[in-house]
Design a protein around this ligand. Structure first.
Ligand code: ARG
Length: 271
């Protein structure tokens, strides 16, 4: 695939060298400290995500236990496995994720994150791992009323705080914005007539309209500049960024990302 063509062999080489260094370091540590546990203790890779976003990341009861699942989580597991690290998933408000990253409280953001110039300035962003379109969600009775982007002028829009959808909505003339922390809160506002419409990722919209009675996707097509998703790491953490890109490249070539999306969409359907 073209998007991966840009990744140089040098990157693969560097990743290989780093992997080599890691195990050497561990051996050294073990020898130096005389602590037998040091060498075998896996490091922990902390992922930050806003788990309100099926099929990307969402809560589900698995064997009677509240678990965060979704295709972003599957990708994170692969990155951790390739690093020989243990994955920890932190559920955080979407608009706090990049700050948490910059302050080092999490190692990476996988959260259906769209690349923007501002974000690329603030943190390190991976290659694009998946693409999807934007959708407009309304109450069933309003399906025809909001069939175009123009028809959203002056409408009441429910939007996730800090998302690119907030920027799209701000560009709609006369639109009144209600910014909320979670997509599920937006859905409630729609159901209770407090907002008229919401803009969200197509796969998320599909998942919600399947599970929530009375909501539908209209024919309106919000345009975004870069309709893909990326993984964020702390600015200048090139080591982790290279590892992330190497794993993404592997998953893409194995057809794993499409598999993860299909499996997560199925899981989300019965949520
Ligand atoms: N793709 C949009 C953005 O980057 C929304 C992502 C929201 N993600 C989430 N897990 N709630 O702004």
């Amino acid at each position: 695939m073209n998007k991966w063509g840009k990744l140089s062999m040098g990157l693969l080489l560097a990743a290989g060298l780093l992997a080599g260094c890691g195990s050497n370091n561990n051996d050294n540590n073990t020898a130096a400290s005389g602590n037998a546990n040091t060498g075998t203790e896996a490091k922990t890779l902390i992922m930050g995500t806003s788990a309100d976003f099926p099929p990307y990341e969402f809560h589900k009861m698995v064997d009677g236990k509240d678990t965060i699942v979704g295709f972003d989580i599957e990708i994170a597991k692969e990155i951790a496995a390739d690093m020989g690290a243990k994955l920890e998933v932190k559920d955080l408000p979407f608009d706090s994720l990049l700050n948490e990253l910059s302050s080092g409280r999490i190692d990476m953001v996988i959260s259906g994150l769209s690349p923007t110039p501002e974000r690329a300035e603030a943190v390190g962003l991976s290659e694009i791992y998946y693409k999807a379109e934007q959708a407009v969600v309304v109450r069933e009775a309003d399906k025809d009323k909001f069939a175009t982007m123009d028809s959203l002028k002056g409408a009441k829009l429910g939007i996730q705080t800090g998302s690119i959808q907030e920027d799209i909505a701000k560009g709609i003339e006369g639109a009144q914005l209600t910014s909320l922390g979670k997509i599920s809160e937006i859905v409630l506002q729609l159901q209770s007539n407090r907002v008229d419409a919401s803009i969200m990722e197509g796969p998320v919209a599909k998942s919600f309209v399947k599970n929530v009675k009375g909501l539908v996707i209209t024919d309106a097509k919000p345009e975004v500049e870069d309709d893909g998703y990326v993984i964020g790491v702390k600015k200048d953490n090139t080591e982790l960024l290279e590892q992330v890109n190497t794993t993404l490249k592997r998953l893409d070539s194995e057809g794993k990302i499409d598999e993860f999306v299909a499996a997560a969409s199925e899981l989300a359907e019965s949520n």
